[in-house]
Design a protein around this ligand. Structure first.
Ligand code: KG4
Ligand code: ZN
Length: 398
């Protein structure tokens, strides 16, 4: 356990040296390693993306993901250590200077997680360093705290929206007794928001993952051109028109994906989509897509994005009000979306509610967020047993 009187729980860096954590992340299609000092100072953040490998399939192929993690893990960790190359006491930073190895335990693809966990366990054992298990979702929350803890209210619950390709979750995050506590207060009942971005992009003949493509094209379209309605999802127990205080805030994104499909069919867009698929080679970038999109497609993309962002915003702010949240943390791959950032920021400013997003590089999967989330656990001496294994469906909080 690290004896650390300077640790405030906010992840701010004190004057004392130490607290160097190597984070390893391999839960999905990114092999990542990073060195972070005391939960807040990134010394390196290396990500090897598998996008090019999964792109032809329009989604992550689990077997390919595991194989690529195996290929990438050693060079990625070596690069993270090398790039962290600060000098400490005159000597270069090496593995021996690490205080702990942190690794994503779950949720994620079991085979992919096992590569990171196996490597982290071996490394921790060989170096005689403690091993720390981190929940990937907690990692996403710490991607924001890593840089913005000081700007957020020090007391009271924060509401965290984790919105990615696999998750759309709301958590109340509270820092008490030197530990972060999480309560899950909302989730999607079907697809995650990022999944909807990916599926709609695929349907329209755009590249993978779909979010950045839609983000790039949407400003060129009319967001009010196509009206999408979100069915109101009611909690099961819902008497007398009063929302039960413990009812979760629910999202649903499979309906809008079907609505886009129906729009494409009824507006005879199949031929133009097929032509776009031909034009956009696997190496094409989101900016290349503009030249192969007619106004009807751009309007559809803009309307889809507006509808998803508005739904996320409405429910997140309703939950913030319901729980009296003192601030908002928005993280996960979809938090990179420009319209989402602009509309959430405007709504928070209107309400006088502090809001924070991760830097773009920390929005999508990375290992700096894993190393940052591990810091309070290092301080608390919360170490993983040697039997640590992958937990594909690991929940966060109660
Ligand atoms: O957090 P992440 O890297 O992996 C998961 O844990 O899922 O999130 C990936 C997801 C993908 O669905 C991707 O399409 C989406 O984040 N995404 C975006 C943007 N950048 C990535 N969605 C909307 N707008 C973006 N700019
Ligand atoms: Zn993620």
């Amino acid at each position: 356990m690290v004896n650390d009187p300077t640790y405030s729980g906010s992840g701010r860096v004190g004057e004392t040296r130490g607290g160097l954590i190597l984070g390893i992340e391999s839960s999905c299609d990114e092999t990542a390693a990073a060195v972070v000092e005391r939960g807040s100072r990134q010394l390196s953040n290396v990500v090897a993306s598998q996008i090019a490998i999964h792109s032809p399939y329009g989604g992550v192929v689990p077997e390919l993901a595991s194989r690529e993690h195996l290929r990438a893990i050693v060079p990625v960790v070596e690069a993270a250590i090398r790039e962290a190359g600060v000098t400490m006491g005159g000597a270069g930073l090496g593995m021996k200077d690490l205080d702990a190895i942190a690794v994503t335990e779950g949720p994620g693809l079991a085979g992919a997680l096992l590569v990171g966990i196996g490597y982290a366990k071996a490394l921790a054992y060989a170096l005689g360093k403690p091993l720390i298990a981190v929940n990937h979702l907690e990692g996403h929350i710490h991607a924001v705290l890593l840089e913005h803890a000081a700007a957020l209210p020090p007391a009271g619950p924060l509401l965290a929206l984790v919105v990615s390709g696999g998750h759309t979750h709301l958590y109340l995050a509270d820092h008490r007794n030197a530990t972060w506590h999480y309560r899950n207060v909302g989730h999607t009942v079907d697809d995650a928001a990022g999944e909807a971005f990916d599926k709609v992009a695929k349907l329209l003949g755009l590249g993978y993952p779909g979010g950045p493509w839609i983000d790039t094209l949407a400003p060129q379209g009319n967001p009010n051109a196509v009206k999408f309605t979100f069915a109101q999802i009611k909690p099961k127990v819902h008497r007398g028109g009063q929302r039960p205080s413990d009812a979760p805030h629910l999202f649903s994104f499979s309906g809008i994906k079907t609505a886009v499909l129906r729009y494409v069919e009824t507006h005879a867009m199949a031929a133009s989509i097929a032509a776009r698929r031909q034009q956009l080679t696997p190496v094409a970038k989101p900016a290349d897509a503009l030249a192969c999109c007619d106004q009807q497609t751009l309007d559809l993309v803009a309307s889809f994005q507006r509808a998803v962002v508005d739904d996320l915003k409405r429910k997140t702010f309703a939950a913030a009000e319901h729980y009296g949240a003192h601030g908002l943390l928005i993280s996960g791959g979809v938090a990179a979306n420009r319209e989402l950032r602009a509309r959430f920021t405007a709504a928070a400013t209107e309400r006088g509610l502090p809001i924070a997003f991760p830097a773009l590089a920390l929005s999508t999967d990375n290992a700096a967020m894993i190393a940052a989330a591990a810091w309070p656990k290092l301080v608390a001496g919360d170490f993983a047993p040697p039997s640590l294994s992958a937990r594909a469906s690991l929940p966060l909080g109660q």
